[in-house]
Write a protein that binds this ligand. Structure first.
Ligand SMILES: [Zn+2]
Length: 263
C-alpha cells in the first residue's frame, strides 16, 4: 500500500470558523482508498491570513517553484495532505476558491493583442471559471476506474488514473532499469501501472500479453482516452482588443495579481 505520509501536519484545527469548503471537480472519485481526498466531494480549506501572505512572497519558494505547494500545504486541512498527490483540476479549484474567498471573484488580466500588440484589459469572472467543470465522457466504474474498448483488438480495458507523483516515480524506475540494461520504456511501465483488468480479468498474464502485443492504434487510443479521463476546469475565455477589435481566445493566465490584487 502506498503511504501518503508527508511528516508532520502543522495545521491547527481550532481556527474558529476561519475555514471554508471547496468542491472538488473530481468529487474524490479517482483517488486511491488511502488518499485524504478519497470519495470526498468537498474539502476544508483555511482562509488566507498574513501567514499565507508571507509564503506567497517568500523569494526562495518562488525561485524554487514551490510556492503553490507550500501554500496548499498550509491551507488544505485534510490530514496527510500532499500537494504533489492531487489531480490538476482539484488543485486549480482550491486555488481559485481561495482567491475568491480572500479578495474578489473578479480577476483583471492584462493581455497583448496577437494582431496589433495593443494591451487588452480583460476581467475574468472566477465564479464562472469554477462552475465550468467539464465532465469526462469515458465510462466510469463505481470504484474510480475507467473502461474503454480498444478499436483494433476489441479488448475491454479497465484502467486507473495515476497521481502526478506516480508518473514521476515511473520515470525514475524506467531510468533505473535502463541503467541496469533492462529493456523497457515509459509506455510499457505506464500501462503496467494503469491497467487493472483486461476483458474483465485481473490476471497479470492477460495484462502483460495485452501490453506486449498492443497495436499502435490501440495504444494511441488508450493514451488519448487516458488524457481525457478526469473532469477538468475549462478556463478558456475570449477577449476583444480595444484597438483593432480582434477577438482572441486563451486560457486563464496566472498573473501576479491573482493573489495580490491592487486596491
Ligand atoms: Zn489588436
Amino acid at each position: 500500500m502506498k503511504q501518503f505520509d508527508m511528516g508532520d501536519n502543522k495545521v491547527a484545527h481550532n481556527l474558529n470558523g476561519a475555514t471554508f469548503f471547496v468542491e472538488l471537480p473530481t468529487k474524490g472519485a479517482f483517488y486511491p482508498e488511502e488518499h485524504p481526498f478519497y470519495n470526498k466531494e468537498k474539502i476544508e480549506v483555511k482562509m488566507l491570513t498574513t501567514k499565507e501572505e508571507e509564503i506567497l512572497t517568500n523569494t526562495s519558494y518562488i525561485q524554487n517553484e514551490v510556492v503553490i505547494d507550500k501554500l496548499l500545504e498550509n491551507i488544505v486541512l485534510e490530514p496527510n495532505f500532499n500537494p504533489k498527490e492531487i489531480f490538476n483540476a482539484d488543485q486549480l479549484a482550491i486555488l481559485i476558491a481561495t482567491r475568491i474567498d480572500a479578495y474578489d471573484e473578479e480577476y483583471p488580466v492584462l493581455l497583448d493583442c496577437e494582431a496589433c500588440g495593443a494591451k487588452i484589459e480583460h476581467t475574468i469572472s472566477l465564479e464562472k471559471v469554477l462552475d465550468n467543470v467539464k465532465e469526462s465522457t469515458i465510462e466510469k466504474t463505481d470504484h474510480g476506474t475507467l473502461i474503454v474498448e480498444l478499436p483494433k483488438s476489441k479488448k475491454t480495458v479497465e484502467y486507473k488514473v495515476l497521481l502526478p507523483a506516480d508518473i514521476a516515480s515511473i520515470e525514475r524506475s524506467v531510468d533505473k532499469m535502463k541503467k541496469m540494461d533492462i529493456k523497457t520504456n515509459f509506455l510499457d511501465e505506464f500501462y503496467k501501472r494503469i491497467i487493472v483488468s483486461v476483458d474483465g480479468s485481473p490476471d497479470p498474464q492477460e495484462k502483460s500479453s495485452l501490453i506486449k502485443n498492443l497495436k499502435i492504434k490501440d495504444s494511441r487510443y488508450l493514451t488519448a482516452c487516458y488524457s481525457k479521463s478526469l473532469p477538468d476546469i475549462d478556463t478558456t475565455f475570449t477577449a476583444t482588443c480595444p484597438s483593432c477589435q480582434k477577438e482572441q481566445e486563451g486560457g486563464m493566465p496566472f498573473q501576479a495579481n491573482f493573489f495580490f490584487p491592487e486596491f
